[in-house]
Design a protein around this ligand. Structure first.
Ligand SMILES: [Zn+2]
Length: 328
């Protein structure tokens, strides 16, 4: 066989074995080796960690528990990578039907909620912002520009630009600067923590290290950033979304899970944050189960329904007071 042919075969073989690696997303964080030293493991987990618990000794007016209903208004952007018309319509439902139904439900019970809206989601349906603002009771927070997964942006400058654009877009749309952020797709890159501190957010709501308010640490250092944590149990996506391997359970079963989360928060006197999506929980059978949950929680004495912004403001004020009077 001529040498040139051998070289060509060798090149093809090299490319063939390189293909799987080329198809993978570049990983911004290296895995932790099984034989890593304790020091290395500590370093690897230290980027963002849980600091002090910040649950106040008492909630306003002696309430036992703070309850926050929150909605991630992702709509069509969840199908950004494969924008075929039919799946997109599943997201569009959030704007046409889900959100109006959610807002009516909150009106019926006179309770506030926090809405995290990607800028492009708001741009597709500007009426959503008007409808939320009109109630004069709700909060709107940042949820990215295009619902970008920040671990896949792989460019700190680009990520910061998207964050700045998102804040500016919402500031203009709602007439005030948003104070809260929930990272799109609930992901932080290596740069996100520093960027949201620089942007001056009062609180973040993307982490899961506790189920009560806490302070975020960055590389072991206090940040002053209040975390109002979420989790997949108190969310609708894993249960109802077939693309997330959801099993489409009876909404009554999902109600029982949420109720169980609330009951223990009530007993422990902490906080219950529920994260829902208008295009998922806005459907008829599900909104009925959500209403049942609201009626159940409202019937208990000492339940403070608040936006995450109100909770963060209260926690911040209490924490300052505690620092000034440690004996109190
Ligand atoms: Zn989202």
């Amino acid at each position: 066989m001529p040498v040139s042919r051998l070289l060509l075969l060798a090149l093809i073989a090299k490319l063939w074995f390189a293909l799987p690696a080329m198809g993978q997303q570049p990983s911004a964080v290296p895995p932790i080796p099984i034989d890593a030293t304790e020091e290395l493991v500590r370093q690897a987990v230290s980027l963002v960690r849980a600091g002090d618990k910040l649950t106040p000794k008492a909630w306003p007016n002696g309430a036992r528990v703070a309850v926050c209903l929150s909605f991630d208004v992702d709509n069509e952007l969840l199908w950004r990578r494969t924008p075929w018309p039919v799946p997109l319509s599943q997201g569009e439902y959030g704007a046409t039907t889900g959100l109006p139904r959610v807002l009516d439900l909150l009106d019926r019970h006179s309770i506030p909620a926090s809405f995290y809206i990607p800028a492009m989601s708001a741009a597709l349906h500007p009426q959503m912002i008007q409808d939320i603002l009109q109630r004069k009771r709700h909060e709107i927070g940042v949820h990215g520009w295009m619902h970008e997964n920040l671990t896949q942006v792989n460019d700190a400058a680009k990520e910061e630009q998207l964050l700045t654009q998102s804040i500016e877009y919402l500031t203009k749309a709602i007439g005030k600067r948003p104070v809260g952020i929930r990272a799109p797709a609930w992901e932080f890159s290596q740069s996100t923590m520093e960027q949201i501190r620089k942007a001056g957010f009062l609180y973040d709501s993307s982490f899961m290290a506790m189920d009560e308010p806490y302070e975020l640490l960055a590389s072991g250092q206090k940040t002053g950033m209040i975390e109002l944590p979420i989790n997949w149990i108190a969310d609708d996506y894993p249960y109802y979304e077939p693309e997330a391997s959801g099993s489409l359970p009876d909404p009554e079963l999902v109600y029982e899970v949420y109720k169980g989360e609330f009951d223990v928060a009530y007993r422990e006197r902490t906080m219950f944050i529920l994260t829902l999506h208008p295009h998922i929980s806005g459907h008829r059978s599900r909104i009925a189960a959500l209403e049942k949950l609201i009626v159940y929680m409202k019937a208990k004495p000492g339940v403070w329904f608040a936006t995450l912004e109100q909770v963060a403001e209260y926690v911040k004020a209490q924490h300052k007071e505690l620092q000034a009077n440690p004996s109190k």
